[in-house]
Ligand binder design. Structure first.
Ligand code: C2E
Ligand code: MG
Ligand code: MG
Length: 717
């Protein structure tokens, strides 16, 4: 019986044992021209016969290949894998063995093939040789490797990006893939969600859940692009931007939905911050101008409906600039924050405290019955400023000036209400600060006047419109003139002399006080020199320094320079400072004053008694004299309190080694009281009014000639 080729289960061929006989003619042609590679291999692992296809696949001729044998072209795998397969065939463990391996071609390149090998036995079952069918699988292998590579790339990307990447089946909504980004963001176990995809919705914020559910329901017809919140296990809320889009097959049918979700919390927070900053003041957290108008609009609408009254209160801190300039912006900022807190504490729920700019705050107070209620609140605000602010180790006294306009009596227009409150605030400043004023129609004219005044004031120095008047001071022990105070006057074209109370605050507000103050010092030095030149005895001149000037940088150097320029003797100059100016930055003030003293200048505290300082506080400063404020002297005869205070101040000042000067002495009775109580010097209309240098020179000459004691009781020093 001819041997048969066992291929799988079936027998396809039988014949003699010799190779030539192995293949019948009709089979031979099939073998030679088969579309797949075929080879007969002997039990000694030599090719008995190979077909064209196989030889072509490896780039050899049939003869060349046959001479080479499987060990030469079978690659490394032949040595390691074939013996095992061969054994399986020979022992009958397998009827057919299959392997995928790389053959080496004639040019040294490799080719992926699949080889199916069977054993051919003779009729008695004795193994004869092997037959292999070899198929080129390089295309499939390349496709598989490309797929693997792309899958790998996808995994690398999807597993490592912080975004959540997901893919679901379009029909069954089965979650195919969810990237680890989900676990990172939500803290939920990835495997759990893959098992129960619906649990995803549980992390979505309850308020956003329905929206997310509806968006998903619209898939795959409608793509979505939504933002929602998720809640983490610790309760923290994160914002997610989730975008889903359909994936289509070659026919254009949607078979998958892919999505990408990103944590956009930072962006959302930045957006919220922007919205916040657009409506709130970054420093104090109070509503800003924009939100203020919004609230005012609502308040007015509500007050209109309920027929109630509302008030707009415009506040400006008094001398805040001085704090800022001397103690620095950090302290200024801290002060503003504390002011914001105190103001908020003065108002009720539903009222608004807004910060407009710098040291300007505006209050909206609603549900009032009338202006009495507004007055009450304004008083409360002023009281809230009575205690000092503790900032950066300093105790700072700051007061505020308040302007009030009422709805509906002053206006029913938001802008007008604010403008009127602002105008009233200026009036409060002019009335000595630390008070409030209700808006009146006359104030508008006043505001216009002020604006004009400011404009003219800006040119006054260049145009030489300033003059100095001088008012003498006399010693109450000797009756001699001890010096004069230089008082600034402005000769405003077409208006005449403007009193300092009108324009000095404006000079301070605009900062013009710095150059004007320099001019005053220079002019005083010039006057001293002129008196000397014309043979008069030298008269010491006292010069006023305002808080703003004192806060300006390098005040000491500026003074020194001006004195040097005029070759002035520092002993002829005295500076008058207000006590409030010393209270802002004590250390800096002590430094400046010590420097001025070291130059040989004298220093006194002006308007003493109007500020908050105590005498013991003044001990820290190198000062020579106190000038008791005019307001005490005014009623010293009629008011027991004023008399007592004056007496006490004189006593205590003497204990501290300070000279005492009384300001604004107008009557003989006042003079006698002061004299009797040991006051050292006095100044006032009783002796002489402030007057131009020429008149004062004349006056001094007369005093000198008149025998003492006269009505003036004054002799020239
Ligand atoms: P002050 O330094 O307290 O000046 C005294 C003020 O009292 C002066 O007012 C003076 O005219 C006034 N006066 C003097 N004796 C009497 C009196 O017997 N009765 C009354 N009723 N008043 C009297 P003035 O000249 O209007 O100056 C007002 C304020 O303007 C000054 O108060 C001072 O703080 C400020 N000032 C004046 N000149 C300058 C200046 O050159 N620089 C600065 N920074 N401030 C100045
Ligand atoms: Mg003065
Ligand atoms: Mg004074």
């Amino acid at each position: 019986m001819a041997p048969c080729v066992q291929q799988g289960e079936g027998t396809v061929m039988s014949g003699a044992v010799s190779v030539a006989d192995m293949v019948h003619d009709d089979f031979r042609s099939g073998f030679e021209h088969a579309g797949v590679g075929m080879a007969f291999t002997g039990l000694d692992d030599q090719y008995l016969r190979v077909n064209h296809k196989f030889a072509d696949m490896l780039g050899y001729t049939v003869d060349e290949l046959r001479r080479l044998g499987p060990a030469d072209v079978g690659g490394k795998e032949h040595a390691t894998g074939w013996p095992q397969r061969k054994r399986a065939l020979l022992t009958g463990a397998s009827r057919e063995v299959t392997s995928e391996k790389q053959y080496v071609r004639s040019d040294g390149t490799t080719l992926w093939v699949s080889v199916v090998t069977s054993l051919i036995a003779d009729d008695s079952g004795k193994p004869q040789h092997f037959i292999s069918v070899i198929q080129d699988i390089s295309a499939r292998r390349a496709a598989e490797s490309a797929l693997r590579e792309s899958e790998e790339k996808f995994r690398q990307l999807a597993d490592n990006i912080p975004e959540i990447f997901w893919i679901t089946d379009a029909r069954q909504r089965k979650l195919h893939y969810l990237s680890p980004g989900f676990e990172t963001l939500t803290g939920k176990c990835l495997a759990d969600v893959l098992r129960r995809p619906r649990s995803w919705l549980q992390v979505v914020h309850p308020e956003d859940r329905e929206r997310v559910r509806l968006a998903r329901k619209g898939l795959p017809q409608n793509e979505y692009n939504i933002e929602y919140r998720i809640v983490l296990a610790d309760g923290a809320v994160r914002w997610v931007h989730d975008q889903a889009f359909p994936v289509r097959d070659a026919n254009g049918d949607v078979y998958r939905i892919a999505g990408i979700g990103a944590d956009v919390t930072h962006r959302k927070e930045a957006e919220e911050k922007l919205v916040y900053l657009a409506h709130y003041d970054g420093l104090t957290g109070l509503p800003n101008r924009v939100l203020f108008f919004d609230r005012l609009q609502q308040t007015l609408a509500q007050a209109g409906r309920r027929s109630t009254v509302a008030a707009v209160m415009f506040l400006d801190l008094d001398r805040f600039k001085v704090v800022n300039d001397t103690l620095g912006h950090a302290v200024g900022d801290d002060l503003l924050r504390q002011v914001a807190q105190r103001l908020s504490a003065c108002t009720r729920m539903g009222d608004t405290v807004a910060r407009f700019s710098g040291d300007e705050f505006v209050l909206i107070v609603n549900d009032l019955h009338g202006s009495e209620d507004a007055r009450h609140i304004a008083q409360k605000v002023l009281l809230a400023f009575a205690d000092p602010f503790r900032v950066g180790g300093h105790e700072i006294f700051v007061s505020t000036s308040i302007g009030i306009s009422m709805f509906p009596s002053d206006s029913d227009d938001e802008q007008a209400l604010l403008k009127n409150a602002d105008t009233a605030m200026y009036r409060a400043k002019e009335s000595g600060r630390n008070n409030f004023q209700f808006y009146t129609r006359e104030m508008n004219a006043r505001a216009m006047y002020r604006l004009n005044l400011e404009n003219s004031l800006r040119h006054a120095l260049d145009r030489g419109e300033f003059h100095l008047h001088y008012q003498p001071k006399a010693c109450l022990h000797t009756g001699q003139v001890t010096g004069v105070e230089a008082l600034l006057r402005w000769e405003r074209p077409d208006h005449g002399l403007v009193p300092p109370a009108e324009f000095v605050p404006l000079l301070e507000d605009t900062g013009l006080i710095v150059p004007v103050g320099e001019w005053v010092l220079g002019e005083a030095c010039r006057q001293i020199a002129e008196w000397r030149r014309s043979g008069h005895d030298p008269v010491a001149i006292a010069i006023n320094i305002s808080a703003r000037q004192f806060a300006s940088r390098n005040l000491g150097e500026l003074i020194k320079r001006v004195l040097d320029e005029h070759s002035a003797d520092p002993r002829d100059i005295e500076f008058e400072l207000t006590e409030s100016l010393l209270m802002v930055n004590t250390e800096e003030a002590v430094r400046t004053l010590t420097y001025l003293k070291s130059l040989g200048l004298r220093l006194s505290i002006d308007d003493f008694g109007t500020g908050y300082s105590s005498l013991s506080y003044l001990k820290r400063f190198p000062i020579d004299a106190l000038k008791i404020d005019r307001s005490f002297i005014d009623e010293i005869i009629t008011n027991v309190d004023d008399a007592t205070i004056t007496r006490a101040v004189i006593g205590m000042a003497h204990n501290l080694g300070l000279k005492v000067v009384a300001e604004g002495v107008e009557t003989e009775a006042q003079l006698s009281f002061l004299s009797a109580n040991g006051c050292d010097e006095a100044q006032g209309y009783y002796f002489a009014r402030p007057q131009p240098a020429a008149e004062l020179t004349k006056w001094l000459g007369q005093v000198h000639r008149r025998p003492s004691p006269s009505r003036q009781g004054v002799k020239r020093a």
